[in-house]
Design a protein around this ligand. Sequence first.
Ligand SMILES: C[S@@+](CC[C@H](N)C(=O)[O-])C[C@H]1O[C@@H](n2cnc3c(N)ncnc32)[C@H](O)[C@@H]1O
Length: 213
Amino acid sequence: MDVFLKDDQVATRNLTPGISVYGEELIEEEAEYRIWNPRRSKLAAAILNGLNNLRIENDSKVLYLGASTGTTVSHISDIAYEGKVYAVEFSPVTAKKLTRLSRQRPNIYPILGDATKPKEYMNLVEKVDLLYCDVAQPTQTNLFMRNMNMFAKDDALGILMIKARSIDVVQKPKKIFKQEEKKLKEKGFKIIEKVKLEPYEKDHISFLIEKNF
Ligand SMILES: C[S@@+](CC[C@H](N)C(=O)[O-])C[C@H]1O[C@@H](n2cnc3c(N)ncnc32)[C@H](O)[C@@H]1O
């Protein structure tokens, strides 16, 4: 996975040199890199907090649920520069910005769609190596599993970003994380790494998951 890690910074090699996507700093090393802001992207926060079994190859196929305007998507598009990033977003206004980004980055395939209804985009998406889910919805573990079952290759990995307060504002985050973990295990998914996102995001955890069936 081609990411640049130094001190407390992570960066990806810029697929579109000279262009910054969300105001991030561009730096020159042996090529141009984009600083990956952990306060804007939970995946950067997880990597800086020690996530180390994630594999994204230069030709990986990725399905990204909850793409928003493409902050994290853009860094995955840097890493999987010969691959494809299918980016699903259900807000039309937000998806428009994502479409603009995809004009600069041909490996991003924006999809205006609802991740709770994967059948709606099944003809647009192939089997993927990584399924990334960050929709911040109460039912997101269930929709993550449904999408994994439909689109993940047998050896694929999944990333599920959990924000405790999106699931329940009253319960303790620790209890919510356990409850979501149980749902995954009961359906045969294996959590291979758990990384909390503090100090960048409060009461969030990232699960790195593989199919175990
Ligand atoms: C926390 S933001 C994602 C931030 C993004 N992952 C990033 O790092 O740049 C959650 C996004 O998920 C979208 N979303 C929520 N529910 C969704 C659904 N059912 N299907 C698709 N997108 C959804 C929201 O519109 C929002 O843009």
